[in-house]
Design a binder for this molecule. Sequence first.
Ligand SMILES: *Cc1c(COP(=O)(O)O)cnc(C)c1O
Length: 228
Amino acid sequence: MSITENYQKIREEIPEDILVIVASKTRTPEEIVEVIEAGATDLGENYVQEAEKMKQELGEKADTVRWHMIGHLQKNKINKALPVFDVIQTIDSLEKAQAIDKRAERADKSVIPVLVEINIGSEDSKAGVKPEEHEPFEEYMEKLIRDISRLEHLRVEGLMTMGPRFGNPEDSRAYFRRTREIFEKIRGLNMLNVDMKYLSMGMTNSYRVAIEEGSNMVRIGTAIFGPR
Ligand SMILES: *Cc1c(COP(=O)(O)O)cnc(C)c1O
């Protein structure tokens, strides 16, 4: 099947109120143009420089979609990232958030929506806040998000998680459920300058389970473009 057919099939399958972020790493500008023309509204990029280059190659088409940073954001790339991305999904510490706030102030960027990334499996190989290192975790997350909420140029809009990768997506269910619980808990606090509206979880092999567990933002690459 073509990229267009794949995207449209997924879009038909997934309820309308769930956002599909097209994970575009390693794909060509031609492939990205095709998925935008098929109706994609949101793209996820893992690297600042790749995203910057892709936007240049797409020209005006780039402005017809929203750009999400879904890869680990290094501090020394924040300046470059700010004009490129509409959303940063990978905030993993107060220090990172403060660094973004400071640079956004200088770059005259009014407010950048961000998600806090949780490394729900506490895996060493992955970025994100690790529950194992911050027990009791819900209290830690509440404090972290409260601290970020005081920064003028950031607005927390939810949580993101990768979750451990399993052959069987059912094995991810408990991790997604736990992330959802944390999400609901924080949402219930109705913090000032926090709008907990997105729970970003689920990829090609796990998005169905993630949606059953409350995800409203899935990030999909392989099922749209084929294997990398
Ligand atoms: C690559 C990637 C995805 C999409 O993965 P697929 O298995 O290709 O659907 C989602 N989220 C992040 C952070 C990624 O890097």
